[in-house]
Structures are given as structure tokens and as C-alpha cells.
Ligand binder design. Structure first.
Ligand SMILES: NC(=O)C1=CN([C@@H]2O[C@H](COP(=O)(O)OP(=O)(O)OC[C@H]3O[C@@H](n4cnc5c(N)ncnc54)[C@H](OP(=O)(O)O)[C@@H]3O)[C@@H](O)[C@H]2O)C=CC1
Ligand SMILES: C=C(O[C@H]1[C@H](O)[C@@H](CO)O[C@H](OP(=O)(O)OP(=O)(O)OC[C@H]2O[C@@H](n3ccc(=O)[nH]c3=O)[C@H](O)[C@@H]2O)[C@@H]1NC(C)=O)C(=O)O
Length: 330
């Protein structure tokens, strides 16, 4: 992973001048991620709307500042040495509904804010993604997905299916409205993985439906997740650590290798779902990396499958010094 170049005093001064307000300094990033892990951001800006986000990104690019665009921090592990550049926290959260179309800023929170706004008006298409931490921008980046409603639960539903258009600040610095094809969506993939485009807002084309039925689907999906995944409120995590292995299951492989419950410092392979690592309190990024590497080595040796991380690693990492102990806890 490329090193983050520290932001220098001249860049800070010029950036503050460009956006017209001071940056927050030495901001702990752990509380801004669902893992609750990681060091500090040298500088942090909270955006105040889609225009503000675009201005901030344009200024960072013009001044050659290394920046991280942070949504809910739900799919990231921040290194213990933090981010020595600029973190732009996307807090642009406007949501508008007109007819069956919902338009939201990219920093709007999918659940509860965006999903509730749709369901409240009896609009179907987003209710499947209840309980998954994500901003609208993060949802497009990873093609947010969940299983189709019960009783069938026979396919995976993707946010791409209801996306109509999005406003981007492109890698080339242009403002552009694009349709769904632009994103080349796949499983856990969009073109945003390979291009430095920034999503400013998105419009979803939804379908009128009975709000009671939508709420039933939401309740069933929350129940499904509650039974299988460790609760985020008490067991912080970043969801699935490793990419899906179609037809086999990354979680199943780790489970079959007997690694559930394995502890390293404050981190643990969840006893509930083997593809999720939880922060039991005081976990460091190094603890989590040690468990990731250990699971990769054991699963490779025992099954021949190589587990590829699905989460993003951001900032600067300290070396892994502590190895997983063969202690298990429920
Ligand atoms: N199914 C599940 O149970 C879970 C799913 N997830 C998924 O993880 C994602 C988490 O979203 P979120 O917390 O908001 O994202 P994060 O804050 O975790 O950011 C992840 C990456 O998304 C990219 N990104 C975020 N916002 C934008 C934007 N406006 N424009 C372009 N790229 C952007 C950035 O990539 P870059 O650095 O390349 O610019 C960033 O590094 C969701 O897609 C969610 O589906 C997470 C946990 C559980
Ligand atoms: C949690 C995430 O997404 C989830 C998403 O919520 C659900 C529902 O759509 O489907 C996927 O979970 P999953 O549990 O099916 O994925 P895997 O970890 O590969 O597990 C596959 C299968 O292995 C089995 N399994 C799982 C865990 C375990 O401890 N033991 C076990 O045997 C289960 O039968 C499971 O169904 C997504 N995970 C991945 C890696 O794609 C995330 O992206 O962070």
C-alpha cells in the first residue's frame, strides 16, 4: 500500500485559504470508523454539502495533498500511525424525494436516513439494505448488497438495480452526470475502485409499494443479520474481512480450519461469524493484521484457497509484533 505523504504547513495554509475555514488538527480516527481502531488524522475537514465536498477535493488535488475521503468508515482499517495527510469526512447529507425518485448527497447515511425517507413514502428498492453501515458514496463504491426478501432469499440484490444517475467530480476534475452503466458494477465492485472519481450525489428510481410490507422486509433482514453477525454496537467490526469465494464461502473456510474465537490482543475472529474480526476493546490495527495474516496462512495451508481482504487499509501501519495466542473466548 502506498505511503501517505505528510501534509506540510504551506499546504495547510493554502488549503484553509481555499475553503475559507480552519482544519481540525490531530483528530482521532477510531471513533469515525465502525472498527473503532486506528491513529489520528493530521488534518480533518467535515464537509457541509455537495459543493463544499467538491471544492475540498479540488483544492486538495490542486495543492497535491494526499487525502482520504471518509464515509461511515465501515469498510476500512485505519493504521495505528494514523493518516499524516488530510481526511475529508463526507457529512453532506441532504435527501430529496420527488415522485418516485429519491436524490441524496453522497454523505447521506443509508440506514436509517435514506432508507427511512423512502419507506416512509411507500417507495421500494432500498429497504433490503437495512442495518448495513454506509453512506450513499460508500454504497456506490462497493455496490451495496443483501439477499432478496424471505421466504425465497434466493438471490443477492444490489443497489445498482435502483440507481438511476449520479453527479460526479471526475478524476479529471469535471462535473458530470452519469448513468448506471458508467459504474461497471460487480459484486463488491464499481469503477470507483479504479478511478479517482468522487460521487457528489445520487438519484434512485424507486417503485411504489405497501409501506407495511416494506417494514416487514426491513424487520426480517435486521433479524437475519442480528442472528448471524456480531452486533456493531457492542462488538465493533468492519463486516466481512475477506472477499466472497463463490460457492465456497470465506467464512466457512476459516470456520472449518478451527479459527473461530482466536484472539490477538484486543481483536478476535468472531465466534459468531468466522469472516468477521471484532474489536473486543483496545484492539490495535496490528492485532487485526496479525489475525488476517494468520487466517490467510492457515486456510492456504489446509485448503489451498488464498483469502483476499475485502476491506481497505488506509493510513500508516505499525509493524505486527504480537502473534495470535491460542486462547479462545466465547
Ligand atoms: N454487507 C455488509 O454487511 C457490510 C457492507 N459494508 C460496505 O462497505 C461500504 C461502507 O461505506 P462507507 O462507510 O460509507 O465507506 P468508507 O468510509 O468505509 O469508505 C470506503 C471507501 O469508499 C470510497 N468512497 C466513500 N465515499 C465516496 C464517494 N462519495 N465517492 C467516491 N468514493 C467514495 C473511498 O474509496 P477511495 O479511497 O478509493 O476513494 C473510501 O476509501 C458500503 O458499500 C457497504 O456496503 C460495510 C460493512 C458491512
Ligand atoms: C458482511 C458483508 O456482506 C455479507 C452480506 O451481508 C451477506 C448477505 O448478503 O452475504 C455475504 O455474507 P456470507 O456470510 O454469505 O459470506 P461468507 O463469509 O463468505 O460466508 C459464506 C457461508 O459460509 C458459512 N459460514 C459462515 C461463517 C461461519 O462462521 N461459518 C460458516 O460455515 C455460511 O453458510 C455462509 O453463508 C456477504 N459477505 C461477503 C464476504 O460477501 C460485508 O460485505 O461486509
Amino acid at each position: 500500500m502506498p505511503r501517505v505523504r505528510p501534509i506540510n504547513p504551506a499546504q495547510i495554509r493554502d488549503f484553509e485559504q481555499a475553503i475559507g475555514r480552519p482544519l481540525a488538527r490531530e483528530v482521532p480516527l477510531a471513533p469515525l470508523t465502525t472498527f473503532q481502531v486506528g491513529g489520528t488524522a493530521e488534518c480533518l475537514l467535515e464537509t457541509r454539502g455537495a459543493d463544499d465536498l467538491a471544492n475540498a477535493v479540488r483544492a486538495a488535488r490542486r495543492l497535491d495533498i494526499d487525502y482520504l475521503l471518509l464515509g461511515c468508515g465501515a469498510n476500512l482499517l485505519v493504521g495505528d500511525r494514523g493518516h499524516p495527510g488530510l481526511v475529508i469526512r463526507n457529512s453532506s447529507g441532504a435527501i430529496n424525494v420527488a415522485g418516485h425518485r429519491l436524490t441524496a448527497d453522497s454523505g447521506a447515511i443509508m440506514y436509517p436516513d435514506v432508507i427511512d425517507a423512502a419507506v416512509h413514502r411507500g417507495l421500494s428498492g432500498l429497504e433490503h439494505f437495512v442495518g448495513i453501515p454506509s453512506t450513499v458514496g460508500g454504497a456506490l463504491w462497493q455496490n451495496l448488497h443483501f439477499l432478496s426478501p424471505p421466504p425465497e432469499r434466493d438471490r443477492t440484490m444490489f443497489i445498482a438495480e435502483v440507481l438511476e444517475s449520479a453527479q460526479l467530480l471526475t478524476a479529471e476534475g469535471e462535473y458530470r452526470e452519469v448513468g448506471v452503466d458508467y459504474f461497471r458494477f460487480g459484486y463488491d465492485y464499481s469503477v470507483l475502485h479504479d478511478r479517482d472519481d468522487i460521487v457528489l450525489s445520487a438519484t434512485f428510481a424507486l417503485t411504489p409499494a405497501d409501506a407495511t410490507r416494506l417494514r416487514e422486509i426491513m424487520a426480517a433482514n435486521l433479524d437475519w443479520r442480528g442472528q448471524r453477525h456480531p452486533p456493531l454496537g457492542t462488538e465493533p467490526s468492519a463486516g466481512s474481512i475477506f472477499r466472497k469465494i463463490e460457492g465456497i464461502g470465506a467464512g466457512r473456510l476459516i470456520d472449518e480450519c478451527g479459527l473461530k474465537g482466536l484472539i490477538c490482543g484486543g481483536a478476535q475472529i468472531s465466534p459468531r461469524h468466522a469472516n468477521i474480526i471484532v474489536n473486543r476493546g483496545g484492539a490495535t490495527a496490528a492485532d487485526i493484521c496479525a489475525l488476517i495474516m494468520h487466517a490467510q496462512q492457515v486456510v492456504s495451508a489446509e485448503t489451498g484457497h488464498w483469502l483476499t481482504p475485502e476491506i481497505g487499509f488506509v493510513g500508516e501501519f505499525a509493524p505486527v509484533t504480537r502473534l495470535p495466542a491460542d486462547t479462545r473466548a466465547p
